[in-house]
Write a protein that binds this ligand. Structure first.
Ligand code: GLA
Length: 386
């Protein structure tokens, strides 16, 4: 594979010795179950062929060196000072993971790393989770310690929550670590119980499109949304003993809705209804009812637009142009929104025309281009010797 030869050359030029190992962790799409992970809901993500690749070599020193494709200069993390890189540009996610591994008792070894992240940044395809999980795998492997992939996902999420300061849920890290070729992962975010569901769409396929408005969870309203649903849960718990919003059926929610008002009511309603849609979507997928799956994707988008208010004109335009296509069964934003990607279910034979027409309509409406990716569903983590 050409990217390996190129990356190996970059590595050797930067560090003077060849890389010995390659670790990858995937970006993800989410079929459905948006903004429910931190409310104890079920989500249905799948790992992508777009992945963060780390070329690595132990260096025998007490320092982790980081070189990122497209960024000048090598960043150094001193293994004795891992707590001090919380705001370090380009390497705080990696430092957070290293810091938590060390705190857990892993004897980290110094290493030279070259990151070639194939998950576009700010795209809603979880470049951060891919970087965190790949880093965790690389550091454990180089240290020669056994690791459990689910535990690594949880540690990566903790790094993002506590070290970087983004209160994300577990979905992205879990998908990145546990994704399986040609399957979606039905993950119960309250218990971390999971099941693989074959992503069989018959004559249809999923088209991933980036609206190219970048987003950044730290600077977006992501943490605010989380506070809003936590407020909703607190109010509901005054009358009903539930552990999380996802436990409420829509009927139960309607009985307690009077306790909530304004945006807090809207946010909670999205969560409850999205959890129902996940149940229906899994059923539809298992029954091969792709038309129903497409309908649920559309409903999910409308709810994220009107109730959770995390879409924006770019994602609304992109998904609405997609929906106008006769061979498209449904389309919605994925991930945190505010920018980033949509997924659309499109008849395989119509994909080229779909990309052309939706791409043009989007450009005419927004003034810059959307990107469409060639994607497939793959395993989350890979480890290889070079
Ligand atoms: C981001 C977060 C996830 C999840 C989604 C919204 O991708 O990292 O934990 O909350 O947004 O579903």
């Amino acid at each position: 594979m050409e990217f390996i030869t190129d990356a190996k050359e970059v590595f050797e030029q930067a560090y003077g010795k060849p890389a010995t190992r390659l670790f990858t962790a995937a970006g993800r799409i989410n079929v459905i179950g948006e903004y429910v992970d931190y409310c104890g809901g079920k989500v249905l993500p799948a790992a992508l062929n777009l992945a963060c690749k780390i070329f690595a070599r132990a260096n025998g020193e007490r320092v982790i060196r980081i070189l990122l494709k497209g960024i000048d200069g090598i960043i150094e993390l001193d293994l004795e000072k891992l707590e001090s890189y919380k705001t370090l540009k380009y390497a705080n996610y990696q430092a957070g993971v290293a810091y938590l591994l060390q705190k857990k008792g892993v004897e980290l070894v110094g290493c030279d790393l070259y990151y070639d992240c194939g998950v576009p940044f700010g795209s809603g395809l979880s470049s951060s989770a891919a970087i965190e999980v790949a880093t965790a795998v690389a550091l454990c492997e180089l240290a020669g310690v056994d690791y459990d992939k689910v535990e690594l996902a949880v540690l990566a999420q903790k790094a993002e929550n506590e070290y970087v300061g983004v209160n994300c849920g577990i979905m992205d890290q879990f998908a990145s670590a546990m994704g399986k070729k040609e399957h979606a992962v039905l993950l119960d975010c309250a218990t971390l119980a999971y099941e693989y569901v074959p992503l069989e769409l018959g004559e249809y396929r999923i088209v991933v499109a980036n609206c190219n408005k970048p987003h950044n969870l730290k600077e977006s309203k992501y943490n605010v949304r989380r506070q809003e649903v936590e407020t909703a849960l607190k109010l509901i718990r005054e009358v009903k003993p539930v552990n999380c919003l996802a436990e409420l059926t829509s009927k139960e929610f309607n009985e307690v809705k009077y306790l909530l008002s304004g945006v807090v009511a809207k946010r909670a309603e999205h969560v409850v209804m999205e959890c129902e849609r996940v149940r229906l979507a899994v059923q539809a997928l298992k029954e091969g009812d792709i038309v129903e799956l497409g309908r649920l994707l559309n409903e999910s988008h409308y709810s994220l637009r009107d109730l959770y208010e995390v879409t924006g004109k770019e994602l609304d335009a992109l998904s609405s142009f997609a929906r106008k296509e006769p061979e498209c069964l449904g389309s919605r934003m994925i991930g945190a929104g505010f920018g980033g990607c949509t997924i659309s279910i499109v008849k395989k034979s119509a994909v080229d025309g779909f990309i052309r027409r939706v791409g043009k309509a989007y450009f005419d409406a927004i003034g810059y281009r959307a990107s469409f990716y060639e994607t497939s569903i793959e395993d989350g983590i890979t480890v290889s010797e070079l």
